[in-house]
Each structure stands twice: as structure tokens, then as C-alpha cells.
Design a protein around this ligand. Sequence first.
Ligand SMILES: NC(=O)c1ccc[n+]([C@@H]2O[C@H](COP(=O)([O-])OP(=O)(O)OC[C@H]3O[C@@H](n4cnc5c(N)ncnc54)[C@H](OP(=O)(O)O)[C@@H]3O)[C@@H](O)[C@H]2O)c1
Length: 245
Amino acid sequence: MNDRKTAVVTGASSGLGRAMARKFRSEGFYVVAVSRKAPEDGVCDLHIPADLTEENSLAAAAAEILKLERVDVFINNAGIGAYAKWDELKEQELRRLMELDFFAPVLLTTKVLPLLRKSKACVVNISSAAGLLPVACMGAYSAAKAALRMFSDTLKTEERDIHVVTVFPGRISTGFGSRACGCREVPNTPSHGSETPEELAKRVYKACMKKKRSLIYPWWYKIVIGIMLRMPGIYEKGSRKVWKI
Ligand SMILES: NC(=O)c1ccc[n+]([C@@H]2O[C@H](COP(=O)([O-])OP(=O)(O)OC[C@H]3O[C@@H](n4cnc5c(N)ncnc54)[C@H](OP(=O)(O)O)[C@@H]3O)[C@@H](O)[C@H]2O)c1
């Protein structure tokens, strides 16, 4: 019997997921990590090995989660990027990206919903700034993260007993780009660089505790995205230049 508050984090073996797992653990949560590789020592209390792009592996992970007494926070974080124009992206890459970035969070969440309802859980979906603003040469990623946002926002309305937070991170250094698929190099755009996984983790924790609906990090992305959406012609021209299209 575990009467500690419990947080489940997918993709806690690196980057943002690892930082969020550490933050919730430091706040006294029993942390369950779901990923292919085992997280390093101190990140979680329990590791459920799973490849969330595989139907059977995802179902087995859901079955393990349903054995827990409670889930207070459920973070859909595991994800992958893709840098390619639509006609450059291989079908297999597109399917893998949609499996991990969209189908996996939807299927895993819905499979464990009875426990989330019973626990009055807070579900956190890690979308992306690219889910708010169309990013050329990351079109598939933008589409998957926009779809995840819609999942998140509609789940919020459908489920009275759970709280849902949608998170839109901007660029944060984690090595995410080097693990992405697609044939293009990440362009050498100026990096602001002061954002960290640890700071995002603190804000996600606060957003759960304060029952916020959404979180954009860093905050000024809200302004940049607003401007870009109002000036589509200039934004498209700039994007073509950056991506050498
Ligand atoms: N970093 C950024 O700038 C940024 C910006 C906006 C949004 N995001 C989003 O934030 C989330 C985390 O990104 P990150 O930067 O922390 O990336 P990351 O360091 O590459 O971490 C990705 C995590 O996903 C897990 N994962 C990958 N494939 C998996 C699979 N098939 N099954 C289960 N788990 C899998 C990885 O674990 P294993 O390899 O052990 O399976 C890893 O723990 C992603 O959803 C990403 O789209 C990131």
C-alpha cells in the first residue's frame, strides 16, 4: 500500500521528463517512469520499461499503471521531433512520430482513465510552441503537437473529475534535436539559451498545484507567437530563409 502522492512521467529517462520526475520526487511524490531505457538512479521509484510506439508494450505499461493505488499527476511527455519538408519525410518516420507524439498519449491516458478519475488526477500533456505556431520543416511535429493540444483541451471538457494542463515549451536544450528524425539539420538560429529543463519542471509542478489550464515557457513565446500569427507573410518569408527553401 502506497499512500504517497504518485506521479507517472513518460519519457523520464532524459531531458524535460527527467527534470519533471526529479522535481516531483523532490516534492515527496512516488515517481513512476515510463520509457524504453531505465532512468538514472534517483530519478524515479519505479521504472516501467515500454516502447510507447508498440501496441502491446503500451497496453502492458497501462496494465502496470492500473496496478498502482493512485495517480495524482500523469505526465504525457515522451516525444520525438522531425526536421524535414513534408515531401522529404519518409512515411515510416511520419507514422513513428504520430505514434509517439499523438497516439501514445491519447491511448495511454484513455486506458488508465478509471484510475485517473478515481484519483482526481492532474493530467499534463507536453505539447510544444510548435503546436501553436506552424513551423515549416517541422510540419509533422507541429501537426502532432497541435493534435495533442486538441486532445488535451477536449479531455478537459469531457472529464469532470480530472484536471488537465497543456504545456507549450519553446526551445530548451536537451539533445532533443539530435534524436529527431528527418533529413535536415536544425538551422543555426540564434539561441536564447537561458531556459532549462529544471525551470520548466518547477513551472509544471506549480501549474499542477495551482490547477492552471496551460503553460507557455518561456513566457515571452506568447508574444512572439502572437506577432508571428498576425504577420503570416513575414513569418513565412523568414522561415523560408532560415530553412533555405
Ligand atoms: N526540448 C525542447 O526544446 C522541446 C520543446 C517543445 C516541446 N518539447 C517536448 O517535450 C518532450 C520531451 O522532450 P525532450 O526535449 O526532453 O526530449 P528527449 O530528451 O529526447 O526525451 C525524450 C524522451 O522520450 C522517450 N521516448 C522516446 N521514444 C520513446 C518510445 N518509443 N517509447 C517510450 N518513450 C520514448 C525517451 O526515452 P527512451 O529513449 O528511454 O525511450 C526520452 O525519455 C517531447 O514531447 C517534446 O516534443 C521539447
